[in-house]
Structure formats: structure tokens, C-alpha cells
Unconditional design. Structure first.
Length: 264
């Protein structure tokens, strides 16, 4: 059993505060940017795929904006719409927290589509690269969630349970770490083994990301407390579970479309 005593603030200069959560975004983007180039070089070298790697540098700006805007709007719409209708100016207070992974995902897909249309690049190719590097950012983000003592797990008696004193004195599942392992490490290995060891087909990593992330997130939701303002929909499912179900469904639809396209 572990009692959580981690400080979400790394350094406080008074006029500038550096938080672990902010660093998670920064390191996730920077490492993902670097590794994405490695994947592109591998694909270009082994499968005669021509792509100007400088285009990927330009895509990063689109992705950063897409993550912030999509993540924020997703949280507002999916998790706390009533509050933000009554407090519209709080929409812009991103530093106070309130981001949704599923909203960020929608933002990334939309932003990547706009970029690919503007630069005449295959959308699924870019989304495959993003899918392979996204688990890096997800991993850092979930670790930051644990440091912040947020998105806590359900009460448990397991020996590796964690007490979050800022919440209560019950022993809880470290669900943030479960998600870091499943959505970060395991998903990263699955997708990158595929893209580095098997013949690459555009769209494969995209639909597998949707399917596997959705499955892993639903598993994690079994151990995680639902958001207080939302609770369980239909007294059964958390919002994260429902959104992840639609991710899986979307992945299966893309798989079906691509298979039919290859057969024709």
C-alpha cells in the first residue's frame, strides 16, 4: 500500500509555475515528433514511400492546436456542458484543467485531414504515424494524472492500492498507472512492432489504434471512478466507456472499408 504524497508542481518561481502535467505534454510531443521521423524514414527506405519529412515538421503545429482545441471542446461537450454554458468565460481557462482524450483524438483526425488536403498527402499515412507515436504522449499524460492525484481508481483491497489523501483515506486502484501501461506501453509496442516488422499498408495502424485503445480504455474504466458530474450513464457505463465503444466501432468500419478496397 502506498500513500500518495507527490506534488503536481515541479518548480514554483512565484511568477512562473512548472507543473508535471505541462511537462508531460511537452515531452510527449517532442519525443513523438522525433520518433515519428524515425518511422517515416523506415517506411520511405523499405517500402518506396515518398514523403518529404519536412512536411511532418509542419504537421506538428496542426497537431498541437488540434490537441488543445479538440481536447478542451471534448471535455466541455462530453463531461461538463451544463457548467460551461453557465460559465462561458471558464472555457478559456485551460490552465485549470479539463481536457478529454476523445476530444483531442477528434481534433487530431480533423487537423490531420485539413493538413493532408492542403499538402496533398494521404491522410491515412499521416494518421498511421500519429497513431504509432501517440502512446508516448498518452503514457506521460497518465503518469502526470497519477502525480496530480486525479482520475482516481475505485476502492480496493489489493496490496498495490494507493491512498490519495487529497481525496479521502480509502485505498484505491492506481487506475492512472493501469492506463499508462495499457494505453501507453502495450499499445506502443503493438503498433510499432507492426509498422516496423510487417509490410506497411496505409490505414492499418490507424484502425488498430482505434480498436486497441478502445479496448484498453474500457478495461481501465472498470477500475476507475467515473467523473462526479457525469456518473454512470444508464446506471451502467461511464462516459469514457461509451466514447471508447464508438472508437472500436469506427476502427472496425475503417478495417472493413480498407479490406473491401483491397479486394476490389
Amino acid at each position: 500500500m502506498y500513500t500518495h504524497n507527490l506534488d503536481p508542481i515541479l518548480v514554483d518561481f512565484g511568477f512562473v509555475v512548472i507543473r508535471w502535467y505541462s511537462l508531460a505534454y511537452i515531452f510527449g510531443i517532442l519525443i513523438g515528433w522525433w520518433f515519428g521521423k524515425k518511422i517515416i524514414n523506415h517506411i520511405s527506405k523499405n517500402f518506396d514511400s515518398k514523403f518529404n519529412i519536412k512536411e511532418f515538421d509542419d504537421l506538428i503545429t496542426y497537431l498541437i492546436l488540434s490537441i488543445i482545441i479538440g481536447g478542451r471542446l471534448g471535455y466541455i461537450i462530453f463531461y461538463n456542458l451544463e457548467y460551461y454554458i453557465l460559465n462561458p468565460f471558464d472555457i478559456f481557462k485551460v490552465w485549470e484543467g479539463g481536457m478529454s482524450f476523445h476530444g483531442a483524438l477528434i481534433g487530431i483526425i480533423f487537423g490531420t485531414y485539413l493538413f493532408s488536403m492542403k499538402r496533398n498527402v494521404q491522410t491515412l499515412f499521416l494518421l498511421d504515424i500519429v497513431a504509432c507515436v501517440s502512446p508516448i504522449g498518452i503514457f506521460f499524460g497518465r503518469i502526470a494524472n497519477f502525480i496530480n492525484g486525479e482520475l482516481i481508481g475505485k476502492i480496493t483491497s489489493v496490496s498495490w492500492g494507493v491512498i490519495f489523501p487529497n481525496i479521502d483515506m480509502f485505498t484505491r486502484h492506481p487506475s492512472q498507472l493501469y492506463e499508462a501501461i495499457l494505453e501507453g506501453i502495450v499499445l506502443f509496442l503493438l503498433l510499432n512492432i507492426l509498422i516496423f516488422r510487417q509490410r506497411y499498408k496505409a490505414g492499418t495502424c490507424s484502425y488498430l489504434f482505434l480498436i486497441f485503445y478502445g479496448i484498453f480504455r474500457i478495461i481501465s474504466e472498470l477500475f476507475r471512478e467515473p467523473d462526479k458530474q457525469v456518473g454512470y450513464l444508464f446506471d451502467l457505463f461511464s462516459m469514457g466507456t461509451i466514447l471508447s465503444f464508438f472508437m472500436i466501432l469506427s476502427g472496425l468500419i475503417i478495417f472493413y472499408i480498407l479490406r473491401k478496397k483491397n479486394e476490389s
